[in-house]
Each structure stands twice: as structure tokens, then as C-alpha cells.
Design a protein around this ligand. Structure first.
Ligand SMILES: *Cc1c(COP(=O)(O)O)cnc(C)c1O
Length: 399
């Protein structure tokens, strides 16, 4: 079948809740993907950072094949011989005490919300149904009703009400706003270390350290959503390490499977997850042996292949080369590790046109919001590949 025939099928039978670039991919390896016509592209999105380890990583593939032939799903009604091992390896790596496995990122966020609410009632003595969670403007934490209830993006919320109460929104990057918003009923602050979907918004230096102190002083839980920033993307295993802090709850997903399978987890450094008792929360697929085997391999690849340090080095190089591009329409080039963005002035006509032209040049990028292009290639990228990408992108981005 031709590309336009696949596109026509999607348009005819699928809900139109995405507006993808019209490239129909059929194969991937490392930083590269190929479309049905055999054209090769560098993937500069990495499925929103889910394929940090590169497409179809052979070690993760092999772990998946081996486990799929053995045992795929038991439900948590029974135990399996992969879950405990994933728990231990995750806790060792992240210095956490407890893990709760789910599937999608949104489910990890929902799990954290349930856990801190219950902790607030049982441990903090917040009156029944009064628990409040503070969140930030322009957040992205997923697509469920409860999560969009505290979104400030009208595209995410319009016509989807009624919404879940119990959330208070403050500006991002403003520690004083957090201190001012805390009440006796506040149980947690939920925040992204860098706002990925908002356009790679990096808070001021010291923000997370201040936030950590404020949460400690008030006795509320700090929940870091590292679903996009975690697992090496910013040049550290977790982005919290840039500021030398530890969250009470850390949410990871996406690259936890290297893109093979939906796997997410809530990591807890305190006893917050301990408030959940049998029967109170769960998921049919959460913690299944196939997911656990894949996640174990995906974590090993990140560490054994030095992908975290590579993300730091290649990110620095990518950023400095992007900053050499001269174009008065560019408002800012920013990034941490391999989570990079080029932001255009609002008058420049939008980032989509650039993404279309980058695609012609063999680079797959996606605009975020109207004016921002995110560059987030797999962490296996080499220096030559970074140069290849910028050599192709520079003439387009400077025109
Ligand atoms: C992608 C993402 C989510 C949601 O993950 P899904 O797997 O799409 O549900 C939540 N938080 C952040 C920061 C994300 O980038």
C-alpha cells in the first residue's frame, strides 16, 4: 500500500484526536526510522521521550521475546518472578523505598494523587474530602478527567467537564507562589522538573531546591512528574539530581520500557505508598511479567551503555550548535541534556512550517504549542549524528 492509502484509512476510520505529520513509518533502529516508501529520517522526538534507548534496542527486544515465550500476564491476584526483581533494581537505581507499577503515565499520576490524598487524611489529619493538591500553570500530566481538571490549556479541557475538585494552580517556576498557596488542607505539590509539553520550559536555578524546602517546612509531599524528564533525558537519571534533591513521590513512565510496552511506576521515598492497602488500588496489567522484564532490560541499557552521560554531552553539543543558528525570528534556544527547544517569535508564522521542511530534509520533529520545536532524539545519538542533524536543520531554521 502507498503512504496516502494508509493516511486515508486513518482519516476514514480513526478519531481525529491527533494531527500527525504525514509520514507513515514502518521500521526503526537506533535514532533512525524509515517510512513505507523507504525514506530514512532521524527521529528527533523519540515518541515524547519513550524511546530514549533508541528504536528496537536489541537487548530490550531480546528480553521481551524471551519473556513473551514464558509468561506474559498473571494479574496481581498471583505473584510472578519478574516483579520483585524490577522493584529491587528500580529502588537500587533511584534510591527509592517503594514502587507501585502501572502502565501509562496518566495512571501513575492518578495513583500518586490517590496515595497523597489518603496519606493526607490518615497521617496529616486533613478533614474528609478536603485534601488539596497544588499544581502549576501550563502543566502536562496526562489526559484523564481528573488530570485535565487541573490543566490550564483550554484545548485539553473545553467541553470535557464537569471536573474533579481539589486542585489549586500557581505559576510555574515561582517558589514564593507555592509558599503562599499552601493551606492546612494542602497535601502535596505536583510539578514537572522541566515542563516538556509546555515547550521545554526550564525553571530558574534553585527552584526545585526552594520547593523542596517549602514542602518540608509545611509537611506536604513533593511529587515530581519525571515521566518525560526522567530516565536520562536531561543528562541525569532523574532531573531532580540537577538540584540535588529527592522528591517524596517520583513518577516515571515512557522510557521505562524503551518504547516497547506501556510501563509506568510511582516511586516513593517515604511511607506515602504504604497507606495503600489490598484492594484499594490496582491495574490488571500493572506489574505484569512481560512489562517487568522489558523495564528491567530498558533500565540496564540506560546504565550499561552510558546513555545518561551521553545525553549530557550530546545535549551540550546539540545546544551550542543550535545556538549558532542566526535568525531574528528565533526568540530563544534552550535545553537540558537532550531535551531541547527552539522557540520562534509569535509573528514568525508558527513552528509547523519548519517541521514540514525539516521532514523534507530527513529530520522528524514536532511542534509543541504554536511556536516551539522540540529536539529530543534518542539518547544513543552520536556526535556525528548530532552534527548531521544540525547541518541539515541550520539552513531551514535560519531561513
Ligand atoms: C507523557 C506525559 C504524561 C502522560 O503519559 P501517558 O503515558 O501519555 O499517559 C504525564 N506527564 C508527563 C510530564 C508527560 O510527558
Amino acid at each position: 500500500m502507498r503512504a496516502d492509502e494508509y493516511i486515508q484509512l486513518e482519516d476514514q476510520y480513526g478519531a481525529h484526536n491527533y494531527k500527525p505529520l504525514d509520514v507513515v513509518l514502518s521500521r526503526g533502529s537506533g535514532v533512525w526510522v524509515w517510512d513505507v516508501d523507504g525514506n530514512q529520517y532521524m527521529d528527533c522526538l523519540s515518541a515524547y521521550s519513550a524511546v530514549n534507548q533508541g528504536h528496537c534496542h536489541p537487548r530490550i527486544l531480546s528480553a521481551m521475546q524471551t519473556q513473551a515465550e514464558r509468561l506474559t500476564l498473571t494479574s496481581r491476584a498471583f505473584r510472578n518472578d519478574q516483579l520483585g526483581l524490577l522493584y529491587r533494581e528500580l529502588c537500587d537505581l533511584t534510591r527509592s523505598h517503594k514502587v507501585l507499577p502501572m502502565n501509562s503515565g496518566a495512571e501513575a499520576v492518578e495513583t500518586a494523587i490517590k496515595a497523597v490524598r489518603k496519606w493526607g487524611y490518615l497521617v496529616r489529619g486533613v478533614p474528609e474530602n478536603k485534601a488539596e493538591i497544588i499544581v502549576c500553570a501550563d502543566n502536562f500530566h496526562g489526559r484523564t478527567i481528573t488530570i485535565i481538571s487541573f490543566s490550564t490549556d483550554p484545548t485539553s479541557t473545553t467541553d470535557f467537564g464537569p471536573f474533579t475538585p481539589g486542585f489549586r494552580v500557581i505559576p510555574y517556576g515561582d517558589a514564593q507562589a507555592l509558599a503562599d498557596a499552601i493551606t492546612d488542607n494542602t497535601v502535596a505539590f505536583l510539578v514537572e522538573p522541566i515542563q516538556g509539553e509546555a515547550g521545554v520550559i526550564i525553571p530558574p536555578d534553585g527552584y526545585l531546591r526552594k520547593v523542596r524546602r517549602i514542602c518540608d517546612d509545611a509537611g506536604i509531599a513533593l511529587i515530581l512528574d519525571e515521566i518525560q524528564t526522567g530516565l536520562g533525558r536531561t543528562g541525569k537519571l532523574l532531573a531532580e539530581e540537577h538540584e540535588g534533591i529527592e522528591a517524596d513521590l517520583t513518577l516515571i513512565g515512557k522510557a521505562l520500557s524503551g518504547g516497547f510496552y506501556p510501563v509506568s511506576a510511582v516511586l516513593s521515598n517515604t511511607e506515602i505508598l504504604g497507606v495503600l492497602k489490598p484492594g484499594e488500588h490496582g491495574s490488571t496489567f500493572g506489574g505484569n511479567p512481560l512489562a517487568c522484564a522489558v523495564a528491567r532490560a530498558a533500565l540496564r541499557v540506560l546504565v550499561d551503555e552510558g546513555l545518561i552521560g551521553n545525553a549530557a554531552r550530546m545535549g551540550d553539543h546539540f545546544l551550542s550548535r543550535l545556538r549558532e543558528i542566526e535568525n531574528p525570528d528565533i526568540r530563544e534556544v534552550r535545553g537540558k541534556g537532550l531535551l531541547l527547544a527552539v522557540e520562534f517569535h509569535p509573528e514568525a508564522g508558527g513552528a509547523r512550517q519548519y517541521c514540514e521542511r525539516l521532514r523534507q530534509a530527513g529530520l522528524l520533529c514536532k511542534e509543541t504549542h504554536h511556536d516551539i520545536i522540540r529536539f529530543a532524539p534518542p539518547l544513543v545519538i552520536t556526535r556525528d549524528q548530532v552534527d548531521w542533524a544540525v547541518d541539515r536543520a541550520a539552513p531551514i531554521l535560519s531561513a
